[in-house]
Design a binder for this molecule. Sequence first.
Ligand code: ADE
Ligand code: ZN
Length: 341
Amino acid sequence: MPAESPAVAPLREFIRALPKAETHLHMEGACPFELLQRADPVRHARPPVFWEESFKYTSFNQFMDLYVAYCGEFFTSAERYHDAARIVLATCAAQGCRYVETSFHLPTLLSMKDTGPEVIRAIKAAAPRGLELRVFAGMCHDTYQGAGKDLVDDALSWPELDGIDLHGCEDLPLEPWTGEVWARARRAGKFTKAHAGEFMGAGFMERILDELGVTRIEHGIRSVESQATLARLRREGIALDVCPLSNVKLAVSGIRSMADHPIRRLFDAGITVTVSSDDPFFLNNTLTQEYEALHRDLGFSRSELVRVAENSLRVALVPEHVRGAWLNELADVAVRTAVAE
Ligand code: ADE
Ligand code: ZN
Protein backbone atom coordinates (compact mmCIF):
# COMPACT_ATOMS: atom_id res chain seq x y z
CA MET A 1 0.00 0.00 0.00
CA PRO A 2 1.43 3.41 -0.86
CA ALA A 3 1.65 5.66 2.18
CA GLU A 4 -0.55 8.22 0.52
CA SER A 5 -2.89 7.44 -2.35
CA PRO A 6 -4.05 10.47 -4.32
CA ALA A 7 -7.76 11.22 -4.19
CA VAL A 8 -9.95 10.64 -7.20
CA ALA A 9 -11.80 13.88 -7.79
CA PRO A 10 -15.37 13.81 -9.05
CA LEU A 11 -15.36 14.14 -12.83
CA ARG A 12 -16.53 17.76 -12.97
CA GLU A 13 -13.89 18.89 -10.50
CA PHE A 14 -11.28 16.88 -12.41
CA ILE A 15 -12.25 18.64 -15.66
CA ARG A 16 -12.23 22.07 -14.03
CA ALA A 17 -8.76 21.46 -12.64
CA LEU A 18 -7.31 20.65 -16.08
CA PRO A 19 -5.49 23.67 -17.51
CA LYS A 20 -6.98 23.93 -20.98
CA ALA A 21 -7.86 26.18 -23.90
CA GLU A 22 -11.09 27.12 -25.61
CA THR A 23 -10.09 27.71 -29.21
CA HIS A 24 -13.41 27.85 -31.06
CA LEU A 25 -15.74 30.45 -29.56
CA HIS A 26 -17.86 33.01 -31.40
CA MET A 27 -18.34 36.07 -29.22
CA GLU A 28 -21.78 36.86 -30.65
CA GLY A 29 -22.84 33.25 -30.19
CA ALA A 30 -21.71 33.38 -26.58
CA CYS A 31 -23.77 36.49 -25.80
CA PRO A 32 -24.81 36.35 -22.13
CA PHE A 33 -28.60 36.21 -21.86
CA GLU A 34 -28.55 38.55 -18.88
CA LEU A 35 -27.22 41.32 -21.14
CA LEU A 36 -29.98 40.76 -23.69
CA GLN A 37 -32.52 40.86 -20.88
CA ARG A 38 -31.04 44.07 -19.51
CA ALA A 39 -31.16 45.66 -22.97
CA ASP A 40 -34.76 44.56 -23.64
CA PRO A 41 -36.48 43.05 -20.60
CA VAL A 42 -39.88 42.72 -22.24
CA ARG A 43 -38.67 40.87 -25.32
CA HIS A 44 -36.44 38.58 -23.29
CA ALA A 45 -38.77 37.92 -20.39
CA ARG A 46 -38.62 34.15 -21.00
CA PRO A 47 -35.63 31.86 -21.61
CA PRO A 48 -35.09 31.24 -25.33
CA VAL A 49 -36.84 28.26 -26.88
CA PHE A 50 -33.48 26.85 -28.04
CA TRP A 51 -32.47 26.30 -24.41
CA GLU A 52 -35.00 23.49 -24.10
CA GLU A 53 -33.32 20.14 -23.52
CA SER A 54 -34.85 18.50 -26.58
CA PHE A 55 -34.43 21.45 -28.94
CA LYS A 56 -32.67 20.78 -32.25
CA TYR A 57 -32.07 23.23 -35.06
CA THR A 58 -33.74 22.17 -38.28
CA SER A 59 -31.06 23.79 -40.47
CA PHE A 60 -28.04 26.07 -40.36
CA ASN A 61 -30.25 28.80 -41.86
CA GLN A 62 -32.67 28.55 -38.95
CA PHE A 63 -29.69 28.77 -36.59
CA MET A 64 -28.43 31.91 -38.38
CA ASP A 65 -31.92 33.45 -38.39
CA LEU A 66 -32.11 33.01 -34.61
CA TYR A 67 -28.58 34.38 -34.30
CA VAL A 68 -29.67 37.56 -36.03
CA ALA A 69 -33.02 37.73 -34.23
CA TYR A 70 -31.41 37.52 -30.79
CA CYS A 71 -28.04 39.18 -31.21
CA GLY A 72 -28.25 41.19 -34.43
CA GLU A 73 -29.30 44.31 -32.55
CA PHE A 74 -27.12 43.79 -29.49
CA PHE A 75 -23.56 44.10 -30.81
CA THR A 76 -23.71 47.77 -31.73
CA SER A 77 -20.62 49.14 -29.95
CA ALA A 78 -17.21 48.31 -28.54
CA GLU A 79 -18.74 48.72 -25.08
CA ARG A 80 -21.31 45.99 -25.80
CA TYR A 81 -18.54 43.64 -26.95
CA HIS A 82 -16.63 44.46 -23.78
CA ASP A 83 -19.62 43.76 -21.53
CA ALA A 84 -20.26 40.43 -23.24
CA ALA A 85 -16.60 39.44 -23.22
CA ARG A 86 -16.26 40.18 -19.51
CA ILE A 87 -18.91 37.60 -18.62
CA VAL A 88 -17.92 35.09 -21.30
CA LEU A 89 -14.22 35.13 -20.42
CA ALA A 90 -14.84 34.95 -16.66
CA THR A 91 -16.94 31.85 -17.35
CA CYS A 92 -14.08 30.33 -19.35
CA ALA A 93 -11.55 31.09 -16.60
CA ALA A 94 -13.83 29.56 -13.97
CA GLN A 95 -13.78 26.32 -15.99
CA GLY A 96 -9.98 26.14 -15.94
CA CYS A 97 -9.21 27.85 -19.25
CA ARG A 98 -5.79 29.42 -19.46
CA TYR A 99 -6.27 30.48 -23.07
CA VAL A 100 -9.23 31.58 -25.16
CA GLU A 101 -9.39 32.24 -28.86
CA THR A 102 -12.55 34.09 -29.75
CA SER A 103 -13.81 35.50 -33.00
CA PHE A 104 -16.18 38.35 -33.72
CA HIS A 105 -18.12 38.75 -36.95
CA LEU A 106 -16.11 41.34 -38.89
CA PRO A 107 -19.01 42.73 -40.99
CA THR A 108 -20.74 43.80 -37.74
CA LEU A 109 -18.37 46.77 -37.88
CA LEU A 110 -20.00 48.02 -41.08
CA SER A 111 -22.95 49.35 -39.09
CA MET A 112 -21.06 50.55 -36.02
CA LYS A 113 -19.38 53.84 -35.27
CA ASP A 114 -16.57 52.22 -33.25
CA THR A 115 -13.59 50.96 -35.21
CA GLY A 116 -12.24 47.41 -35.42
CA PRO A 117 -9.20 48.18 -33.26
CA GLU A 118 -11.51 49.76 -30.64
CA VAL A 119 -13.72 46.67 -30.59
CA ILE A 120 -10.74 44.33 -30.28
CA ARG A 121 -9.17 46.40 -27.52
CA ALA A 122 -12.52 46.41 -25.70
CA ILE A 123 -12.71 42.61 -25.91
CA LYS A 124 -9.10 42.23 -24.77
CA ALA A 125 -9.61 44.61 -21.84
CA ALA A 126 -12.29 42.22 -20.56
CA ALA A 127 -9.91 39.27 -20.08
CA PRO A 128 -9.44 38.32 -16.43
CA ARG A 129 -5.91 38.30 -15.07
CA GLY A 130 -4.03 35.16 -16.03
CA LEU A 131 -6.16 34.36 -19.09
CA GLU A 132 -4.38 34.61 -22.45
CA LEU A 133 -6.77 35.89 -25.10
CA ARG A 134 -6.48 36.04 -28.87
CA VAL A 135 -9.09 37.78 -30.99
CA PHE A 136 -9.92 36.72 -34.53
CA ALA A 137 -12.04 38.39 -37.21
CA GLY A 138 -14.61 36.02 -38.66
CA MET A 139 -15.89 36.48 -42.17
CA CYS A 140 -18.17 34.63 -44.57
CA HIS A 141 -17.56 33.19 -48.02
CA ASP A 142 -19.26 36.26 -49.55
CA THR A 143 -17.93 39.03 -47.28
CA TYR A 144 -15.32 40.37 -49.73
CA GLN A 145 -17.43 42.78 -51.73
CA GLY A 146 -18.30 46.49 -51.51
CA ALA A 147 -17.51 47.97 -48.11
CA GLY A 148 -16.78 44.47 -46.81
CA LYS A 149 -13.78 44.23 -49.13
CA ASP A 150 -12.23 47.45 -47.76
CA LEU A 151 -12.93 46.30 -44.21
CA VAL A 152 -11.15 42.98 -44.72
CA ASP A 153 -8.17 44.68 -46.38
CA ASP A 154 -7.98 47.21 -43.55
CA ALA A 155 -8.32 44.57 -40.81
CA LEU A 156 -5.12 42.84 -41.89
CA SER A 157 -3.17 45.92 -40.80
CA TRP A 158 -4.67 46.16 -37.28
CA PRO A 159 -1.97 45.29 -34.75
CA GLU A 160 -4.68 44.31 -32.24
CA LEU A 161 -5.99 41.53 -34.50
CA ASP A 162 -4.48 38.09 -33.94
CA GLY A 163 -6.01 36.14 -36.78
CA ILE A 164 -8.82 35.51 -39.22
CA ASP A 165 -11.42 32.77 -39.51
CA LEU A 166 -13.83 31.78 -42.28
CA HIS A 167 -17.29 31.01 -40.93
CA GLY A 168 -20.97 31.18 -41.83
CA CYS A 169 -22.77 29.18 -44.45
CA GLU A 170 -20.27 26.55 -45.61
CA ASP A 171 -22.02 25.65 -48.82
CA LEU A 172 -21.75 29.11 -50.36
CA PRO A 173 -19.11 29.02 -53.12
CA LEU A 174 -15.51 29.36 -51.95
CA GLU A 175 -14.51 32.47 -53.89
CA PRO A 176 -11.03 33.08 -55.38
CA TRP A 177 -10.28 36.09 -53.10
CA THR A 178 -10.20 33.86 -50.05
CA GLY A 179 -6.86 32.15 -50.71
CA GLU A 180 -5.22 35.46 -51.59
CA VAL A 181 -6.52 37.16 -48.42
CA TRP A 182 -5.52 34.20 -46.22
CA ALA A 183 -1.97 34.28 -47.62
CA ARG A 184 -1.80 38.05 -47.18
CA ALA A 185 -3.01 37.72 -43.59
CA ARG A 186 -0.18 35.29 -42.80
CA ARG A 187 2.35 37.64 -44.37
CA ALA A 188 0.93 40.35 -42.08
CA GLY A 189 1.62 38.10 -39.07
CA LYS A 190 -1.94 36.91 -38.50
CA PHE A 191 -2.86 33.30 -37.73
CA THR A 192 -5.35 31.83 -40.18
CA LYS A 193 -7.97 29.15 -39.70
CA ALA A 194 -11.31 28.26 -41.29
CA HIS A 195 -14.58 26.44 -40.65
CA ALA A 196 -14.87 23.37 -42.85
CA GLY A 197 -16.11 19.80 -42.64
CA GLU A 198 -19.12 20.79 -40.54
CA PHE A 199 -21.76 20.79 -43.27
CA MET A 200 -19.55 20.10 -46.29
CA GLY A 201 -17.57 16.91 -46.78
CA ALA A 202 -13.93 15.91 -46.72
CA GLY A 203 -13.45 17.17 -50.29
CA PHE A 204 -14.25 20.68 -49.14
CA MET A 205 -11.76 20.34 -46.28
CA GLU A 206 -9.11 19.38 -48.82
CA ARG A 207 -9.92 22.52 -50.82
CA ILE A 208 -9.65 24.66 -47.69
CA LEU A 209 -6.24 23.13 -46.95
CA ASP A 210 -5.06 23.55 -50.55
CA GLU A 211 -6.45 27.01 -51.25
CA LEU A 212 -6.28 28.70 -47.84
CA GLY A 213 -3.18 27.01 -46.44
CA VAL A 214 -4.57 26.77 -42.92
CA THR A 215 -3.15 24.47 -40.25
CA ARG A 216 -6.24 24.43 -38.08
CA ILE A 217 -9.81 23.68 -39.07
CA GLU A 218 -12.90 24.58 -37.08
CA HIS A 219 -15.08 21.43 -36.81
CA GLY A 220 -13.56 19.27 -39.56
CA ILE A 221 -15.54 16.26 -38.41
CA ARG A 222 -16.54 15.09 -41.88
CA SER A 223 -12.91 14.17 -42.47
CA VAL A 224 -13.93 10.77 -41.07
CA GLU A 225 -15.57 10.13 -44.42
CA SER A 226 -12.19 9.90 -46.18
CA GLN A 227 -9.20 7.80 -45.17
CA ALA A 228 -7.07 9.95 -47.50
CA THR A 229 -8.11 13.15 -45.72
CA LEU A 230 -7.47 11.58 -42.30
CA ALA A 231 -4.01 10.53 -43.47
CA ARG A 232 -3.36 14.05 -44.69
CA LEU A 233 -4.48 15.63 -41.40
CA ARG A 234 -2.12 13.29 -39.55
CA ARG A 235 0.78 13.80 -41.95
CA GLU A 236 0.48 17.58 -41.97
CA GLY A 237 -0.33 17.90 -38.26
CA ILE A 238 -3.60 19.72 -38.93
CA ALA A 239 -5.60 20.25 -35.74
CA LEU A 240 -9.40 20.17 -35.57
CA ASP A 241 -11.24 22.44 -33.11
CA VAL A 242 -14.30 20.24 -32.63
CA CYS A 243 -17.55 21.25 -30.92
CA PRO A 244 -19.43 17.99 -30.35
CA LEU A 245 -22.54 19.32 -28.59
CA SER A 246 -22.88 21.98 -31.27
CA ASN A 247 -22.81 19.28 -33.94
CA VAL A 248 -25.55 17.34 -32.13
CA LYS A 249 -27.80 20.38 -31.72
CA LEU A 250 -27.30 21.37 -35.35
CA ALA A 251 -27.80 17.73 -36.40
CA VAL A 252 -24.67 17.91 -38.53
CA SER A 253 -24.17 15.06 -40.98
CA GLY A 254 -26.74 12.78 -39.39
CA ILE A 255 -25.39 13.12 -35.84
CA ARG A 256 -28.46 12.67 -33.67
CA SER A 257 -26.77 12.13 -30.33
CA MET A 258 -23.32 12.19 -28.82
CA ALA A 259 -23.06 8.44 -29.28
CA ASP A 260 -22.99 9.07 -33.06
CA HIS A 261 -20.24 11.69 -32.86
CA PRO A 262 -17.06 10.89 -34.83
CA ILE A 263 -14.65 12.63 -32.42
CA ARG A 264 -13.85 9.22 -30.88
CA ARG A 265 -12.81 7.91 -34.30
CA LEU A 266 -10.80 11.05 -35.04
CA PHE A 267 -9.01 10.81 -31.71
CA ASP A 268 -8.32 7.10 -32.16
CA ALA A 269 -7.03 7.79 -35.68
CA GLY A 270 -4.34 10.01 -34.17
CA ILE A 271 -5.78 13.35 -35.29
CA THR A 272 -5.08 16.33 -33.03
CA VAL A 273 -8.54 17.20 -31.76
CA THR A 274 -9.56 19.85 -29.24
CA VAL A 275 -13.04 20.56 -27.89
CA SER A 276 -14.77 23.92 -27.58
CA SER A 277 -18.25 25.30 -27.05
CA ASP A 278 -18.72 27.24 -30.35
CA ASP A 279 -21.86 29.30 -29.54
CA PRO A 280 -22.77 28.59 -25.91
CA PHE A 281 -25.75 30.98 -25.85
CA PHE A 282 -27.42 29.30 -28.83
CA LEU A 283 -26.36 25.78 -27.84
CA ASN A 284 -26.92 26.06 -24.08
CA ASN A 285 -23.64 24.26 -23.45
CA THR A 286 -20.40 24.81 -21.56
CA LEU A 287 -16.84 23.69 -22.18
CA THR A 288 -17.11 21.49 -19.10
CA GLN A 289 -20.15 19.75 -20.59
CA GLU A 290 -18.18 19.07 -23.78
CA TYR A 291 -15.53 17.19 -21.77
CA GLU A 292 -18.20 15.45 -19.69
CA ALA A 293 -19.96 14.27 -22.85
CA LEU A 294 -16.72 12.80 -24.21
CA HIS A 295 -16.39 10.77 -21.03
CA ARG A 296 -20.04 9.79 -20.57
CA ASP A 297 -21.10 9.10 -24.15
CA LEU A 298 -17.89 8.21 -25.95
CA GLY A 299 -15.91 6.47 -23.25
CA PHE A 300 -13.01 8.91 -23.06
CA SER A 301 -11.03 7.93 -19.97
CA ARG A 302 -9.60 10.57 -17.68
CA SER A 303 -6.17 10.19 -19.22
CA GLU A 304 -7.75 10.66 -22.65
CA LEU A 305 -9.44 13.85 -21.43
CA VAL A 306 -6.00 15.00 -20.27
CA ARG A 307 -4.74 14.40 -23.83
CA VAL A 308 -7.59 16.48 -25.27
CA ALA A 309 -6.73 19.31 -22.85
CA GLU A 310 -3.07 18.90 -23.82
CA ASN A 311 -3.98 19.20 -27.51
CA SER A 312 -5.79 22.45 -26.75
CA LEU A 313 -2.71 23.88 -25.01
CA ARG A 314 -0.50 22.72 -27.87
CA VAL A 315 -2.46 24.67 -30.49
CA ALA A 316 -2.61 27.86 -28.39
CA LEU A 317 -0.79 30.85 -29.89
CA VAL A 318 1.59 31.53 -27.02
CA PRO A 319 5.36 31.59 -26.50
CA GLU A 320 6.85 28.16 -25.79
CA HIS A 321 7.78 28.98 -22.19
CA VAL A 322 4.13 29.79 -21.42
CA ARG A 323 2.97 26.56 -23.07
CA GLY A 324 5.65 24.62 -21.19
CA ALA A 325 4.47 25.96 -17.84
CA TRP A 326 0.85 25.02 -18.65
CA LEU A 327 1.85 21.53 -19.78
CA ASN A 328 3.80 20.98 -16.55
CA GLU A 329 0.79 22.10 -14.57
CA LEU A 330 -1.45 19.77 -16.60
CA ALA A 331 0.87 16.84 -15.92
CA ASP A 332 0.78 17.62 -12.17
CA VAL A 333 -3.01 17.82 -12.11
CA ALA A 334 -3.28 14.58 -14.06
CA VAL A 335 -1.12 12.75 -11.53
CA ARG A 336 -2.82 14.29 -8.49
CA THR A 337 -6.42 13.79 -9.54
CA ALA A 338 -6.70 11.09 -12.18
CA VAL A 339 -5.25 7.95 -10.75
CA ALA A 340 -8.32 5.77 -11.17
CA GLU A 341 -10.09 5.39 -14.52
N1 ADE B 1 -20.86 30.91 -36.89
C1 ADE B 1 -21.26 30.70 -35.64
N2 ADE B 1 -21.39 29.39 -35.40
C2 ADE B 1 -21.05 28.74 -36.53
C3 ADE B 1 -20.98 27.40 -36.92
N3 ADE B 1 -21.28 26.42 -36.06
N4 ADE B 1 -20.62 27.13 -38.18
C4 ADE B 1 -20.32 28.10 -39.03
N5 ADE B 1 -20.36 29.39 -38.72
C5 ADE B 1 -20.73 29.71 -37.49
ZN1 ZN C 1 -17.83 27.91 -35.16
